[in-house]
Ligand binder design. Structure first.
Ligand code: GLC
Length: 439
């Protein structure tokens, strides 16, 4: 915490309250990382990793021509996959802007694309009923006012560092406010802002460099109700936290033990930007596990696509989105508006529960289909009716007196409910049993 400035309360009478209800209800969003690094096709940090000069990186700018770009097709795929919001990289760490910013020439309109790529994207997703989030990089590896630091592509070039010593981070912070003002005034209602990222300390940058308090205040002032992530390095509670490429063990809590709103962000294969050669793609079942496990721990999933430089989701991404769409068609009910099971209900092996408090229904997601019985500790006498969610076929509850051999009477504890399940696993990636709880 900065010793000179007292911590601000998250909201005061003059600060609009963030609207988080839609976010928690939605549970599933699409992250889009799209920019010049799609041409390199070997990670969005390619400029940094290969320590490229601006002149060298310019090759991507000069050749960026996404002739197959069809944001309506993107939005339809996202909606079909069950995503309720999207977050797009309006600019990433390379500083390249998808929109026609007045404050830079390093933007899509000056590439062979010759057009604003952000506006049609926003329109298309809104049209499909998704909420709109903007990712905005706090780093800018191209801007002449951005002081070279440990994350900068030229970090280890001492001659370059010396030659650029006089850069004024205050001017850079003002530049960011100008751009954020454009983003939050020219594209209609923006529901979410995803700033990325802070690395305070030795040769890094944090709240004093970004002028985070001012930036956040501006964000809230321009878009009342907007929700903002936790990467501005501010000492007070963010609207939501952003575990990256890992799944938390339990529902996330702050330092005082209070539950927090969280959104896990995940890639298909490791890189955020389009990566041609990466082989470590997750399959549909693994992606569903991320979504379901997250909801069971009270979290959201923001799943990333890195479109190609021609402006398409590649075949591997399309296959996965199609798989997710197939599952969500039947099972959206166990995701939207759901959270963890009520206290004290123990999860059976290889399963995850989600729970919808308004309908009082509990959803058992079975990742490994057992033979004959599913045992549900803590649920005896608490379930009114059970069915497979994908086809609404009844799942029978086994009567406790029904044991075929008397010496099996004590096989389950008194509080256990036993379900009789079909031998053949349901023909869906992750079967779900919907349990209507007694009120
Ligand atoms: C990291 C990376 C960045 C990516 C982001 C997404 O902060 O720097 O490339 O956009 O994570 O969460």
């Amino acid at each position: 915490m900065s010793p000179t400035k007292p911590p601000l309360a998250r909201s005061t009478a003059t600060t609009p309250q963030p609207d988080t209800a839609w976010f928690v209800e939605s549970r599933f969003g699409l992250f889009i990382h799209w920019g010049l690094y799609a041409l390199g096709a070997r990670h969005e940090w390619v400029k940094r990793y290969e320590e490229m000069t601006d002149e060298f990186y310019r090759r991507f700018f000069d050749h960026f021509d996404p002739d197959l770009y069809d944001p309506v097709a993107w939005a339809r795929m996202a909606r079909a996959a069950g995503m309720k919001y999207m977050v797009v990289t309006t600019r990433h760490h390379d500083g390249f802007c998808l929109w026609d910013s007045l404050y830079t020439d390093f933007k899509a309109t000056r590439t062979p694309a010759k057009r604003d790529l952000l506006k049609p994207l926003v329109d298309a997703f809104r049209q499909e009923g998704l909420r709109i989030g903007f990712y905005y990089s706090l780093l800018d590896w191209t801007h002449p006012d951005f002081p070279v630091d440990r994350n900068h592509p030229r970090a280890s070039d001492s001659t370059y560092r010396e030659a650029h010593q006089g850069r004024d981070v205050r001017q850079y912070a003002a530049y960011m406010r100008n751009q954020v003002t454009e983003l939050l005034t020219q594209f209609g209602k923006i529901d979410l802002m995803w700033y990325d990222f802070s690395y305070p300390g030795e040769d890094g940058k944090g709240r004093d460099d970004w002028e985070s308090e001012t930036l956040l205040a501006l964000t809230r002032q321009l878009q009342p109700g907007i929700i903002v992530n936790n990467r501005l390095d501010l000492p007070y509670p963010p609207d939501f936290v952003t575990p990256e490429q890992y799944q938390p063990m339990e529902p996330m809590r702050d330092a005082t033990g209070q539950p927090v709103i969280w959104e896990g962000c995940q890639t298909f294969s490791g890189s955020w930007g389009y990566h041609r050669d990466e082989q470590s793609w997750k399959n549909v079942k693994q992606l569903l596990w991320l979504l379901i496990d997250g909801v069971s721990k009270n979290g959201n999933l923001l799943l990333n696509v890195g479109p190609t430089a021609r402006g398409e989701f590649d075949q591997r991404a399309r296959d996965r989105l199609t798989g997710l769409a197939g599952w969500m068609h039947y099972h959206a009910r166990s995701i939207y508006g759901c959270g963890p099971a009520p206290e004290g209900i123990e999860t059976p092996p290889d399963c995850r529960y989600t729970y919808n408090a308004s309908s009082n229904r509990l959803y058992l997601h079975v990742f490994n289909w057992p033979i004959k019985f599913v045992y549900l500790p803590g649920l005896n006498d608490r379930v009114e009716y059970a069915q497979l969610l994908h086809d609404a076929s009844e799942v029978q509850i086994k009567a406790r007196s029904d044991d075929p051999h008397s010496n099996m009477q004590a096989a389950t504890a008194d509080d256990v409910l036993t379900l009789l399940i079909p031998n053949v696993p349901p023909p869906v990636e992750v079967p779900v049993i919907e349990l209507f709880l007694k009120s």
